[in-house]
Design a protein around this ligand. Structure first.
Ligand SMILES: *[C@@H]1O[C@H](CO)[C@@H](O)[C@H](O)[C@H]1NC(C)=O
Ligand SMILES: *[C@@H]1O[C@H](CO)[C@@H](O)[C@H](O)[C@H]1NC(C)=O
Length: 290
């Protein structure tokens, strides 16, 4: 909080200086924010630079700063590989620099600071893939969850979220009878979530999300996956003919109809044409006889 306030004061002061020193000074970046998904972390800001460029300076809290994305004309900077210690909190500044050709009397360049960011506590977790397995006893099912991969690589191989969060990671499963709105929930630390006391012969729909216990509530839940229903409902004949099939059938019928019309029109034309030729031939013979 203190740092952010200090940053704001510094930016204000710099804006003031630039107002005094001339119009050729680049503006500070705005809306500096972190965008992080499965540990792929990008710093974004605005506006698009016209006749100036940006550089990014990042560091772990209270450590020396390192430059990255130097003199970029973009409004984003990929810091995925730079935030090596995932549990650390990082800061970053976006610095606006005039092009090398521009004459400038800046002592310090205008900059804007990003909020503090910790990958472990804040990166968004994507929806996991899963399979539903039904036991012999049909009142039980098991949801087998696959750990989503992250953008972090170790020995050239992407690391999955289990390897990062270990026992801090849980999977939540939400399920309901197919077609009903009432939802039940269950969860487990392991990748297998068992569901008991289901009704025999009834299809249930499942959806799964990762859950990180140690995080602040607004960052705990990962994205929910698309529901999977099991066992697949044995559909009646009419349900089986999907709208796609119906639409496809209608299209084919229409096509045949158009083809028929074209053929009829062509036939009539040819008949008329041959009649005309006969008449012409007939008139030709009359002229020669005259
Ligand atoms: C950069 O462009 C702005 C307008 O787009 C202009 O006011 C300013 O003088 C230019 N600065 C330099 C250094 O060319
Ligand atoms: C959670 O996982 C453990 C270990 O794999 C297992 O023994 C337990 O039955 C599971 N519980 C649920 C509710 O899935």
């Amino acid at each position: 909080m203190y740092n952010a306030a200090l940053g704001n004061v510094a930016v204000l002061a710099l804006t003031l200086i630039s107002a005094i020193s001339g119009e050729n000074d680049p503006p500070p970046a705005q809306n500096v924010a972190w965008s992080s998904y499965n540990f792929k972390t990008i710093l974004t800001w605005s506006p698009k630079p016209t006749n100036y460029s940006y550089s990014v300076q990042y560091s772990r809290l209270s450590e020396d700063k390192t430059m990255h994305c130097i003199r970029t004309r973009e409004t984003e900077c990929d810091l995925t590989d730079k935030l090596e210690n995932l549990r650390s909190t990082y800061t970053a500044d976006v610095i606006s620099e005039p092009l090398p050709s521009a004459k400038t009397d800046f002592v310090e360049l205008p900059y804007a600071s990003a909020p503090h960011f910790c990958p472990y506590k804040e990166t968004k977790i994507g929806s996991p893939k899963f399979k539903v397995i039904q036991n012999e006893d049909t009142t039980k099912m098991e949801v087998h969850v696959q750990d989503p991969l992250t953008a972090i690589k170790r020995n050239g191989r992407p690391v999955n979220i289990r390897e990062i969060f270990t026992s801090d990671l849980m999977y939540k499963v939400q399920y309901s009878k197919a077609g009903s709105t009432g939802k039940s929930k269950t969860q487990n630390h392991s990748n297998v979530v068992k569901i008991k006391k289901l009704e025999r012969g009834v299809s249930y729909c499942f959806t799964v999300a990762a859950y990180i216990k140690s995080r602040k509530p607004q960052h705990q839940m990962g994205a929910w996956s698309i529901p999977v229903c099991w066992p697949p409902k044995t559909a009646s004949f009419f349900e089986e003919i999907s709208w796609y099939v119906l639409a496809g059938g209608a299209t084919i019928l229409l096509f045949i109809l158009i083809l028929l019309i074209i053929m009829i029109v062509l036939c009539c034309k040819r008949a008329r044409l041959s009649k005309q030729v006969k008449i012409e031939a007939a008139s030709g013979t009359t002229t020669t006889t005259v």
